[in-house]
Ligand binder design. Structure first.
Ligand SMILES: [Ca+2]
Ligand SMILES: [Ca+2]
Length: 424
């Protein structure tokens, strides 16, 4: 089996396939100048027949096994409805981090009572029980007042919710998983956690991140990005975007608490991705045969699984078209936002300029390509998220200071008495 290429092994495991009428997709070009006349599909079949030990790996219909099928249904519910897997009291908050748990939203401090959850109102100053899960409860015996009243009541409390895609959720695959020169048992130490979070890292994202971690270090929009060969036909049109944004704003006006603030933003511009990366070597090609990002993008497009055929392509005209559509759609979001008259919230539009983010990174001594996820060559990475967060916060401080809650002057006391709450 060692003599076989990764493409043949992928076909033998039925992970890769060549559909009738479709071209054969190869990540690694054959070494000999005259490629084998036998198709990858056939070579995969031969490998399966010669190595029966591969067969158990093919029993991917695990969800048809009685007992397992129930687990599959539960997971499907989690991923479709974006609710925590473990939520005994049904208040939409859980105690576990993954499976849409506290990595994605506040952490429940009592999963047996739906009256106790992040964002709940404190009850009588939480003098006995912590109802709002901020870690603060009990009485200050020196004043005979609840700690919640003393430490929190004179500051504004707010919650933050993000409606977004994999960019907002911070999609990331550690490159150490694919680069043999960096692989070790430690880089897989948190693999289960990472997969249970669907390869997203919202706990470290630019908009909702709250955590500092020391794990292995670990720009764009679905409206113009898809993996279809006729990608333009599947992009959102300006008219669709206008209608959808108006529908969402109208809906939010019915559910957001009065006094909320809403910031809309445009599509991140991915026009620079190809320019920055196409000649660089992808982690899959760092050991053995080199694979450039241009080859990797072409391979994903061939398989029809590219996250963005419009930008991750060698076709200059298509990239330019995609960029223009992104600009037009951002303009539509901006216009609808500024035309809308909300009842329950105040509203504005803000775009983080990718060019400004790159400029800030270069000023710190970085190279622009270092801000892009190395495995998918598409999403913004951890450094990028930190910069975007910085830009957004700076803009809010300058333009919307009344949106930001007052800094709690009691933070040091809270930490001394109730310890660090872990950022929840
Ligand atoms: Ca609860
Ligand atoms: Ca409390």
């Amino acid at each position: 089996m060692k003599k076989e290429t990764s493409d043949v092994i992928c076909h033998s495991l039925k992970i890769c396939r060549t559909d009738p009428g479709q071209p054969e997709c190869r990540l690694y070009q054959p070494k000999s100048s005259s490629p084998s006349s036998i198709s990858l599909e056939q070579r995969g079949l031969n490998l399966r027949q010669n190595h029966p030990s591969l067969l158990p790996l093919l029993s991917s219909k695990i969800c048809t096994i009685p007992g397992i099928d129930e687990i599959c249904k539960i997971l499907e519910h989690v991923f479709q409805n974006h609710v925590p897997l473990v939520d005994i009291d049904g208040d939409r908050f859980g105690t576990e981090s993954t499976f849409r748990g506290s990595s994605w939203r506040g952490k429940d401090c009592n999963d047996l009572s739906s009256k106790i959850r992040p964002g709940a109102r404190s009850v009588k100053g939480d003098f006995v029980i912590d109802h709002n899960c901020n870690g603060i409860f009990g009485m200050d015996s020196s004043t005979n007042r609840p700690w919640e009243d003393e430490l929190c009541n004179d500051t504004q409390q707010i919650g933050v919710a993000i409606l977004g895609d994999s960019v907002s959720a911070h999609f990331h695959i550690p490159e150490q998983w694919l680069d043999a020169s960096q692989a070790s048992s430690s880089v897989f130490e948190h693999m289960l956690f990472i997969i249970e979070n669907e390869l997203d890292w919202p706990q470290l994202s630019g908009s909702t991140g709250y955590l500092n971690i020391s794990w292995p270090n670990i720009a764009v929009g679905n409206d113009v990005c898809n993996g279809y060969p006729n990608t333009i036909d599947h992009m959102t049109t300006v008219e669709e975007m206008r209608t959808n944004v108006l529908t969402i704003l109208t809906y939010l006006d019915t559910i957001l608490p009065k006094g909320s603030h809403l910031l809309t933003t445009g599509l991140a511009n991915g026009s620079l991705l190809y320019e920055l990366l196409h000649n660089r070597i992808h982690p899959l090609g760092r050991v053995g045969t080199p694979v450039t990002y241009a080859q990797f993008y072409t391979y994903l497009s061939c398989l029809q699984v590219s996250p963005c055929n419009g930008w991750l392509t060698t076709n200059d005209t298509l990239r330019a078209f995609t960029s223009q559509r992104a600009v037009d759609l951002s303009e539509a979001i901006r216009n609808v936002t500024l035309e809308y008259s909300p009842k329950n919230f105040d509203l504005d539009y803000f775009d983080v300029s990718v060019a400004d983010v790159f400029a800030a990174w270069i000023a710190q001594g970085g190279e622009p390509w270092q801000l892009v996820e190395s495995v998918d060559g598409f999403h913004i990475n951890q450094y990028g998220h930190a910069l975007i967060s910085d830009f957004t916060w700076t803009w809010l401080e300058k333009n919307k200071p009344h949106w930001l809650p007052q800094w709690n002057p009691h933070n040091a006391d809270i930490e001394r008495i109730f310890k660090d709450q872990g950022g929840y």
